[in-house]
Design a protein around this ligand. Structure first.
Ligand code: GLN
Length: 206
């Protein structure tokens, strides 16, 4: 069983905890630096990235998180979590953690499409398409060379036209990020994928 921290400052951390528990893992709520001790990985949920950043600064979480990230600690950000992990987040009046070489534009899908759903092809998870829920999602506007794109937005009746083709699931080594919310659907394949990343790190010779 892995001990997975879930940043619990605001947002939909409970939904991630429920999936982790269902998968037989231990979910640990993270609010203070000491909560980061003895974790095997961390999930940063959806929510409001400005609120995350303000509270991360208030609770002294920026430095310990940057330290962990620089050591190859497995972290997965969904939606607001993706924004906070990015190298640069347009329209975010706070520093990001800069752990993932992508640039995101917050809320750039536009007000008229606050939410939409799409069927994603994610080859690394198998042939079955993944139903993805986007809620005021960030648009990934640029992806660095070392970043693997796991899924792109297809064209579709509900998909904002400007969004088709943009990266919505990316990985750079120990950092995973999705613009959508796998914690809001029953399909746990991305949580299992992240747990594999955690297990791979645990298996590393020291
Ligand atoms: N638009 C939100 C932000 O800027 C993210 C929305 C979400 O996490 N569902 O943080």
């Amino acid at each position: 069983m892995a001990r997975i921290g879930v940043l619990a400052l605001q947002g939909d951390f409970l939904e991630h905890e429920n999936v982790l528990t269902r998968l037989g893992q231990q979910a640990v709520e993270v609010r203070r630096p000491q909560d980061l001790l003895d974790l095997d990985g961390l999930i940063m949920p959806g929510g409001e990235s400005t609120t995350f950043c303000r509270l991360m600064a208030d609770f002294g979480l920026y430095e310990p998180l940057r330290d962990l990230l620089s050591q190859g600690f497995p972290v997965w950000g969904t939606c607001a979590g993706m924004i906070v992990l990015a190298r640069q987040a347009l329209d975010l009046p706070f520093p990001t953690l800069g752990a993932l070489d992508i640039v995101v534009d917050r809320n750039a899908y536009g007000r008229q499409v606050d939410s939409f759903e799409a069927e994603l092809s994610v080859p690394t998870l198998g042939e079955e398409p993944l139903r993805a829920v986007f809620i005021r999602a960030p648009v990934v506007v640029s992806v660095g060379e070392g970043v693997e794109v796991l899924a792109r937005l297809p064209e579709g009746p509900d998909v904002p036209p400007a969004g088709a083709g943009t990266a919505v699931a990316v990985r750079q080594g120990h950092v995973l990020a999705t613009a959508f919310h796998p914690e809001l659907t029953d399909d746990a394949r991305l949580h299992l994928y992240f747990l594999d990343m955690v297990a791979a790190r645990q298996a590393r010779p020291v």
